[in-house]
Unconditional design. Structure first.
Lengths: 299, 271
């Protein structure tokens, strides 16, 4: 039978001394940064235990770059009027295209994939049960992924400059300073929208796959959009990647000024202004629905 | 259980708090899930499958300092009840207050006062050590890296994992994993603990030790309140002051641990 229950009113000192918690009025941004730091550290430890995977990733990108080198030699043997707008070097053109497309892929898929993975793996529920607001729990992963992708891109571009002699000397810093945040905001808004619809659909969202595939096709990742028929060029203009590629390539490769990039920058700003609140609204709605139906913590 | 059972006589009984206001007050909690429809549902023009009622008008109270276990067959609604009280699932109707706070708020203050101790092994990162796992969750509790390190070290010591703190989680035994889950639940110094089958899968000796630790140190010595979902009579006898029975989402009654075997018909089965 049950052991005799001591009086529940016994109140001894806590077994572990209570720690002062940050007050609810404490900066949420600081809290987010603390979690981001812990998350980054966690990812580094995990990556260190997946050395073979990391090596495979580097080798895969290295092989893709080498292919690009030989392809650019083939293309570069004759002057190409389609590339003149971007400085004429296909290697630089293709490299920037692949890296920005990768950034969009991360932006569009990181949050939804992380949420889905956490659901499947089962560790989201324990995180959602902590005092951290849901936007912190769910937000650190895509921010980390975005940051890591941006850092990877910078390292690859630096490597291309040092090893392959790709010229970025003419890059216009003010244009880049304007373009990069707009690109990140547009891709981030797209990511929120995709993550929200993924949570609502409760399965991997084909929208992300379709968006990525169609972007590669009509946005000019590995070829300039000028080679496309007119109607496909027009179709490409409704995608943020098209404008991101145009602005980033021209700012990086030929030093285009903000005035020269104005059409692309305005388009990117519009995408950011429209997609961010729409994506945020969809995501918040999906989060509330997930708390109601329990789908956020169950696969 | 045979009718007329004292459980049925006690159905709907409200246990008052022993020390002032109740630590947990559930009032007509109900939860209905609407699962997404499959192909057949879609062909019939329905986006959702027929609704599933997980909880129906569940009301009870838990006094401060009490340990109350919730028993019931699989699918009775125990885990749903705990998730609602943890603030990670919203009830369809009804209200609940835990530690004096409305569960509907489910805000930062609420989740600091109420800890959901989740023993699910998948909720940890397997390639990280026990210490690193706690550091990460300490950050989610808003602790600085330094405070998190101190807190994690103290808790690992407390649950007997100090020596194994730097071994990866995947190397931990089931008992060590449960202890780490307990340590994680204490990161925020909560007033109320919600535990979901805390000794599930442990060997008998490990289970007895963990139950003793949970009852004496985590709850009684620290002046906390606990609601435990369990289907293990041994666990319930060792932990509970009172036992609630859920069946098909409804509260069927309550009893005391010393009457548990009679209520469940285990004595007759042994006889």
């Amino acid at each position: 039978m049950a052991e005799a229950a001591p009086a529940p009113s016994v109140r001894a000192a806590p077994v572990v001394a209570p720690l002062p918690h940050p007050q609810p009025t404490a900066s949420r941004l600081l809290w987010f940064l603390r979690v981001l730091r812990a998350f980054t550290r966690r990812e580094m430890i995990e990556l260190a235990s997946y050395r073979a995977w990391v090596v495979t990733q580097v080798v895969t990108f290295g092989l893709a770059t080498v292919s690009l080198v030989f392809f650019s030699r083939f293309i570069g043997s004759a002057e190409n009027p389609h590339l003149a707008r971007y400085g004429g070097d296909y290697l630089a053109f293709g490299l920037v295209g692949i890296l920005i497309a990768e950034l969009q892929h991360v932006g569009v898929s990181a949050l939804s994939q992380r949420v889905r993975l956490a659901q499947v793996m089962g560790y989201l529920e324990a995180q959602m049960a902590t005092p951290a607001p849901p936007w912190i729990v769910l937000g650190v992963a895509p921010v980390y992924e975005f940051g890591a992708a941006a850092l990877r891109s910078a390292v690859y571009l630096l490597g291309a400059a040092l090893v392959l002699g790709v010229r970025f000397a003419d890059a216009h810093l003010a244009s880049l300073a304007l373009t990069v945040p707009l690109v990140l905001a547009a891709f981030g808004g797209l990511g929120l929208l995709t993550a929200g619809t993924t949570m609502l659909a409760r399965r991997f969202n084909p929208v992300a796959t379709i968006l990525t595939a169609s972007s590669v096709f009509v946005s000019g990742v590995v070829y300039p959009t000028s080679v496309l028929p007119g109607w496909l060029q027009s179709a490409g203009k409704i995608l943020p990647l098209t404008h991101a590629l145009e602005a980033m390539r021209r700012a990086l490769l030929i030093g285009a000024t903000p005035q020269q990039l104005a059409p692309s920058l305005v388009a990117l700003a519009l995408f950011a202004v429209i997609l961010t609140p729409v994506g945020l609204g969809t995501f918040v709605y999906a989060l509330r629905r997930a708390r109601e139906d329990g789908s956020l913590t169950h696969y | 259980m045979t009718a007329p059972s004292p459980l049925e006589a006690a159905a709907g009984a409200q246990a008052g708090g022993r020390d002032g206001d109740p630590a947990i007050l559930a009032d007509a909690l109900a939860k209905t899930f609407r699962p997404p429809g499959d192909v057949r549902d879609l062909l019939r023009g329905r986006l959702f499958a027929p609704p599933v009622q997980a909880l129906a008008s569940v009301s009870f109270t838990v006094g401060q300092g009490e340990i109350v276990c919730v028993m019931g067959p699989n699918g009775a609604g125990k885990s749903t009840l705990l998730r609602i009280l943890a603030g990670i699932l919203t009830p369809t109707t009804g209200t609940a207050r835990v530690a004096g706070l409305d569960v509907a708020a489910g805000d930062i203050t609420y989740r600091r006062r109420v800890a959901f101790v989740l023993g699910d092994e998948r909720s940890f990162l397997w390639r990280l050590s026990g210490r690193e796992n706690l550091h990460f969750f300490a950050a989610l509790h808003g602790l600085t890296a330094r405070a998190g390190r101190h807190r994690a070290a103290a808790l690992l010591e407390r649950v007997g994992l100090a020596e194994a703190a730097d071994r990866t989680f995947k190397e931990y035994s089931r008992g060590m994993r449960q202890r780490l889950a307990v340590a994680r639940g204490l990161l925020g110094e909560p007033d109320v603990l919600l535990l979901d089958e805390p000794t599930l899968g442990l060997d008998p000796k490990g289970a007895v030790e963990l139950r003793r630790f949970l009852r004496r140190e985590m709850v009684q010595a620290a002046g906390r309140t606990a609601l435990v979902a369990s289907n293990d009579p041994a666990e319930v006898r060792a932990l509970a002051d009172r036992v609630l029975f859920l069946e098909a989402g409804r509260l069927r009654g309550e009893t005391t641990p010393d009457r548990l075997e009679a209520e469940l018909g285990l004595e007759a089965a042994r006889g």
